[in-house]
Design a binder for this molecule. Structure first.
Ligand code: G3H
Length: 297
């Protein structure tokens, strides 16, 4: 029987807590940060890995030492499997090239190289890359397809540019956002294998780097509409891969549970949180982890 060329993918649990350090930290800072996350005194690790995917997405210079630390950590704490999927947290990359494997691509990082280090997730299409580096839906989809073909899970950032007008009907605000989000979603889903998992990070561009996240009363219906677009694609195109939707954009402690939002918790709507600045403090990460774990009890 001919061997299948279809890649296999890491398990994508129902809940996700992802953190990107963007380009905020030096490599030495990132290494100390990872060690603090792993330190038992932080009270974060171990998490129930079949239910929650906890992932760190550092800058490229830090990936190799982070992988070495995670590998060593799992060897010192486990007598069974030391496979990256059994590491206490998943390691991600902030981008990769649209060719899946090695070649003459100066300055690029190919998915095959990331895979050798134990990377399981690659982020694409962040608003900062779209704005600063002119990345488009097309380049995002090409890059995600190469990562998917390599057995990595694409984490694809989608978001509308402008804040909604919440004085008018919510259906109109959601419709305006979806007019930008729908092509971002469908171009991506059309590019990856039908059975490939994907994580969409809904990041309203106007809410990134802000003082407050977007309101739950708006994010909730938008995420519902995103799921409808994905559902329609599954039905009409035969997609079978798992899709998760997380929220990013000034996300931090209190948002998941609604503790800081009059009881309106985002956890009812999304599959997870994508943290930026509010993960810089280990205590902030611990707070978010506790809220997500608490909501699953
Ligand atoms: O990658 C993460 C998001 O862009 C959120 O970043 P932020 O929390 O600093 O707004």
């Amino acid at each position: 029987m001919a061997a299948s060329n279809q890649p296999t993918y890491p398990h994508l649990p129902p809940k996700l807590i992802l953190m990107s350090t963007k380009a905020y930290f030096s490599p030495a800072h990132t290494i100390n940060y990872l060690k603090s996350l792993l330190d038992p005194s932080s009270g974060i690790i171990p998490l129930p890995t079949s239910d929650i995917l906890f992932g760190l997405i550092p800058d490229f210079l830090s990936i190799h030492p982070c992988a070495a630390i995670l590998s060593e950590h799992s060897q010192s704490t486990s007598t069974s499997s030391k496979h990256p999927q059994q590491w206490p947290l998943h390691l991600g990359a902030q981008d990769s090239f649209w060719e899946p494997t090695y070649g003459a691509y100066t300055g690029c990082t190919v998915p095959a190289a990331l895979k050798t280090l134990g990377i399981t997730i690659v982020e694409f299409g962040h608003a900062e890359r779209r704005r600063l580096l002119s990345e488009t839906d097309e380049t995002t989809a090409k890059k995600a397809a190469a990562a998917s073909q390599t057995g990595l899970i694409p984490l694809v950032c989608i978001g509308e540019l402008n804040a909604p007008d919440l004085q008018g009907p919510m259906s109109m605000a959601v419709g305006n956002a979806m007019s930008q989000l729908t092509p971002q979603i469908t171009s991506l889903l059309s590019a990856i294998p039908l059975h490939a998992p994907v994580i969409f990070a809904y990041e309203p561009v106007w809410a990134i780097g802000a003082a407050e996240p977007a309101g739950v009363e708006f994010v909730g219906p938008v995420v519902q509409a995103i799921r409808q677009v994905v559902g329609k694609f599954e039905k009409t195109r035969g997609r079978t891969g798992v899709t998760r939707v997380v929220y990013g954009g000034s996300a931090g402690p209190g948002l998941w549970s609604g503790r800081t939002n009059g009881g309106m918790g985002l956890g009812e709507w999304v599959d997870g949180m994508f943290l930026g600045r509010f993960a810089h403090r280990i205590e902030g990460v611990k707070d978010v982890v506790d809220e997500v774990v608490g909501s699953m009890a």
